[in-house]
Design a protein around this ligand. Sequence first.
Ligand code: TRP
Length: 370
Amino acid sequence: MDTAPHPTATAAPAPGPTADALGVPAARARSAVLEELIRADPGRFRVLTGDRPTGRLHLGHYFGTLHNRVRLQDLGVETFVVIADYQVLTDRDVADDPAGHVEELMLDYLATGIDPARSTIFTHSAVPALNQLLLPFLGLVSVAELERNPTVKDEIAHSRQSSVSGLMFTYPAHQAADILFCKANLVPVGRDQLPHLEVTRTVARRFNDRYGAGTAVLPRPEALLSSAPLLLGTDGAKMGKSRGNAIALAADADETARLIRGARTDAERHITYDPATRPEVSSLLLLASLCRGGTPEEIASGIGGGGAAALKRTVTEAVNEHLAPLRARRAQYARDRGQLRRILRDGNARAAAVADATLAEVRAAMGNDY
Ligand code: TRP
């Protein structure tokens, strides 16, 4: 996949904290340098990334992050993927059907091409030593710092919960444990995660200063900002899991065709790529371009006066063709739930061994090795 910034299919400013508040410009510049370093020597990097298990991922996730993880894995970067089954408790009182959501997420990962022979997929709740790191890490951040986190503030503002839990404020320190337990030095993230990465870097720096006696016990990981294209949902608003406008990665060819057929377009028959004035049509063109290559403009001129119906046919064909191998892989894994469970158990065991080793170093550095 190319790494040039994708055009975005909307002119509207992104909601939530501003790019500057999140530290986007600096992260973007550094990410370009990191891409060069990764290509030159993938062996010096270790990636940790992950998701909250909240349901099926959609095409926005796929082109935004999943695809990029597989690219890094395939370049030879060692990869850990956390299924954040504790962090998910920040925005709900009870996790409904955690096992089902974990399974769905694993199928999304495996379908996309995360290879369990090369990458470690694990869940928070099965790695005790990772969770124990949270306690010393919490001692390294101030309440004021936790309260200032722009992503946490945004999540609280949009929360449907009647009260804010302690986990909501402290999960960025827990996320530092996700990243540092395996000494990851590279974290591919979207812009909303940059503040959390800053917490991780702060924790690592303070830990080393306070307990390291001149050595870097913990690395200071860097963000690799993914140039996520902004795909709109079928209703023209941002594609979102809970908005009823997403095309799930797990959707079959017929459902995908139906969703795209029902997508909002506009009355102009001649198809052109113009994200500012024609966001819905442009997002569909962008989707086709991501699936089959070529620029959105080229795809638009191929359709010309064919109107929305021809546009939708083109997009459906492009999506279904691109997803065919992913669907085949998903079906293969979905047939054997025992194998899925084994993959997760293996991943959890590998992650637990790595976490035990890091915790032992942390305890030794802190003088707790008795
Ligand atoms: N906070 C991430 C999200 O909401 C999920 C996540 C948990 C994560 N632990 C992580 C991402 C560690 C990167 C690194 O999507």
